[in-house]
Design a protein around this ligand. Structure first.
Ligand code: ADP
Length: 249
């Protein structure tokens, strides 16, 4: 298991947003987290690279292991954790910099300054998201001039530039049209050969198309975790069945 939680609870002040979550994520699979709005999907995703740390009044109990390391241990290196576990957001968050500088941003933080090395990293990262051929003559242009889909690819390439292991994706297609969504989904299926992907989506069809394993959440609980096939054809829990058959949510 590359990510494991045991008896994980998370409180925003007195409100409990995650309740006793036991989740095991396998390497090189796409794990989908589904459930109605407000059930705690994004909160859970943000636990895995400690993005919730910045929120005041937050309290987390229980265990969270990434690569068998306790990420809440005082010796956990947060910068290394965020390098290992990158995050893609709902709206592409390309920086107002050139395409090249967006990709080189992370490596530069890691003190890589050699021009040739940076060029190689930019080429390799853009190639991995199928953008290098299209953009190789436009690397100095602003990343913000790209379409939303290309910006989202660029944001994924920016993560790949620092050689992560796990990609967290929080509704990564919610601002994209169906054609662009299909392209990002194809990209995810390619990326899972090298990376582990955990995707939050309220789009059940998307989870059915791309996820290997799926967790269904409701009111802060992980109700069921199973193969995507089982969740969408023969779920074990009646609440999962009611949700996937559109009775609520
Ligand atoms: P989802 O991603 O499933 O829509 P969230 O994880 O965003 O759900 O939210 C889960 C619950 O936690 C919701 O009730 C939401 O209002 C609450 N919540 C989320 N973020 C915060 C926060 N920063 N402070 C207080 N409550 C929050």
């Amino acid at each position: 298991m590359i990510v494991e939680t045991s008896n994980l609870n998370l409180y925003y002040g007195s409100f409990q947003a995650l309740k006793n979550i036991d989740l095991s994520v396998k390497e090189n699979l796409i794990t989908g987290i589904i459930g109605p709005s407000g059930c705690g999907k994004s909160t859970l995703l943000r636990v895995f690279n400690r993005m919730n740390d910045l929120i005041r009044g937050i309290k987390i109990t229980g265990g969270v292991l990434v690569d068998s390391e306790d990420i809440h241990s005082p010796v956990c290196d947060l910068i290394l954790l965020r390098k290992k576990v990158g995050m893609v957001f709902q709206r592409p968050n390309a920086f107002p910099l050139s395409i090249f500088d967006n990709i080189a941003y992370g490596p530069r933080i890691w003190s890589i300054t050699d021009k040739k090395t940076l060029r190689d990293i930019v080429e390799r990262s853009l190639t991995a998201v199928d953008l290098f051929d299209v953009l190789k003559n436009r690397l100095k242009e602003s990343a913000l001039s790209l379409s939303a889909e290309k910006q989202q690819r660029l944001c994924i390439a920016r993560l790949l530039a620092v050689e992560p292991e796990i990609l967290l994706m929080d509704e990564p297609c919610s601002s994209l049209d169906p054609i662009a969504t299909g392209k990002i989904e194809e990209l995810m299926l390619e990326l899972k050969r090298k990376y582990t992907i955990i995707i939050v989506t309220h789009n059940m069809q998307q989870a059915a198309r791309i996820a290997d394993e799926v967790g269904f959440m409701l009111l802060g609980e992980l109700i069921e975790f199973n193969s995507a096939k089982k969740i969408f054809t023969n779920p074990s829990d009646k609440r999962t069945f009611d949700y996937i058959s559109g009775r609520f949510g």
